[in-house]
Design a protein around this ligand. Structure first.
Ligand SMILES: NC(=O)c1ccc[n+]([C@@H]2O[C@H](COP(=O)([O-])OP(=O)(O)OC[C@H]3O[C@@H](n4cnc5c(N)ncnc54)[C@H](O)[C@@H]3O)[C@@H](O)[C@H]2O)c1
Length: 354
């Protein structure tokens, strides 16, 4: 099989993660080019990964390189343009989550993928955790029964990443689009990818950015010296209903008055419930007794492992060796859910999802 030529657009934190995951595939993949609007950053990235060609414009990169696979790891506002350019330039694309700023952009990206006949995968890394594999296996074996309700939390006490993440013009929103997207998608994936029908949501911006450090602390300090606004919500909560009767309650925060950060998904089925929190626990009843069970082995989500398996799935799917496990359609459905929650929070009523 021919060696895959890959490139990364956006050479920041996630760009590094994608490049390392391509390198983990050894001889199968050649990292051929890197692109960032910050030329110094792209050059430094290229030196680190031994990448021969560096660009500051993804259109120029797509015109000059013959690429099979492209990772889009820019800030969210650039996902659409970069992904469409790469698809039209003949490459398969994996685009980081959230797929886009909103469903309209996601729709355009999906259309570009359909028209080009190329693959557009979305970076839902949580689908590749051992915790997700464990629940999917239990659900497929009928252990859970029908999963009819889920509660998903991704709550940080003091954790806006800073920089562009807090600026709606670059991010599209706060913890809902940044963190909530992970647990909404994972809950939906574990429940068998049902179609959403309605959302009721609330958002708040009461606490400001990194209040304990007077707004100074952030783990994504802007190198580019841009004066980013802090214009996103601190906290979002929503109830989302689905066509098959499944309901999801979700909460996500950058800032919230809680004792410690929380990242939990609870699933409730007709035969068993499960909790995903640093591993998997199962709750059921047998012979008139309540039973709590812990599957043995590694049932945890590990970020590096998840990302490596995600990139392997992307490369395999690009070569027709596997089915893509996080499709453009999944990304679009998620953007529709997020749009509906934000719109519901704005108008104070529930919003239908079509
Ligand atoms: N899967 C996950 O768990 C996970 C974790 C963190 C971030 N992310 C996502 O990954 C993406 C990147 O996040 P990050 O933390 O790496 O951000 P980052 O700020 O470290 O890197 C983003 C880079 O994109 C570059 N860029 C912006 N517009 C560009 C354009 N038009 N062309 C080329 N480069 C451009 C910026 O200069 C910057 O270097 C975001 O969409 C974020 O939501 C996903």
């Amino acid at each position: 099989m021919e060696k895959i030529k890959a490139a990364v657009i956006g050479t920041g934190g996630m760009g590094h993660g994608h490049a390392e995951s391509y390198q983990a595939l050894g001889e199968r993949v050649e990292l051929a080019a890197a692109c960032d609007i910050d030329g110094d950053k792209a050059a430094w990235f290229a030196r680190e990964f031994g990448i021969p060609h560096v660009y500051t414009d993804y259109n120029e990169m797509m015109a000059k390189e013959h690429l099979d696979c492209v990772s889009v790891t820019t800030w969210n506002a650039a996902h659409k343009g970069a992904a469409i350019a790469a698809l039209r330039g003949g490459a398969n694309v994996i685009c980081e989550k959230p797929m886009a700023m909103n469903a309209e952009e996601a729709e355009e990206m999906k259309r570009a993928a359909d028209e080009s006949g190329k693959l557009l995968q979305v970076g839902f890394v949580r689908r590749f955790g051992h915790d997700a594999d464990t629940i999917r296996a239990l659900a497929a074996a009928g252990v859970m029964g029908d999963i009819y309700y889920a509660k998903a939390n991704y709550l940080r006490r003091d954790g806006c990443p800073g920089g562009w993440f807090g600026d709606k013009a670059y991010s599209g929103g706060g913890p809902l689009i940044d963190l909530g997207v992970h647990v909404i998608d994972l809950s939906r994936y574990l429940a068998g990818n049902p179609k959403p029908v309605c959302a009721y949501g609330v958002t708040y911006n009461n606490l400001g950015c990194n209040r304990a450090a007077g707004g100074e602390k952030c783990w994504n300090p802007p190198r580019d010296r841009k004066n980013y606004a802090y214009s996103v919500e601190d906290f979002a909560s929503a109830l989302v209903t689905f066509e098959n009767g499944f309901t999801l309650q979700v909460e996500a925060s950058f800032n919230l008055n809680i004792p410690h950060d929380v990242r939990t998904i609870q699933l409730f089925g007709t035969k068993a419930g499960a909790k995903v929190e640093g591993g998997v626990e199962l709750y059921t009843d047998m012979a008139g007794m309540f039973i709590n069970a812990q599957p043995q082995g590694d049932t945890c989500f590990g970020f590096d492992q998840g990302l490596r398996d995600e990139i392997r799935n992307f490369v395999d799917a690009s070569q027709g060796l596997a089915e893509c496990r996080a499709t453009a359609e999944d990304g679009l459905v998620l953007m529709k859910i997020l749009d509906a929650i934000y719109e519901s929070a704005r108008i104070g009523r529930s919003v239908e999802i079509r």
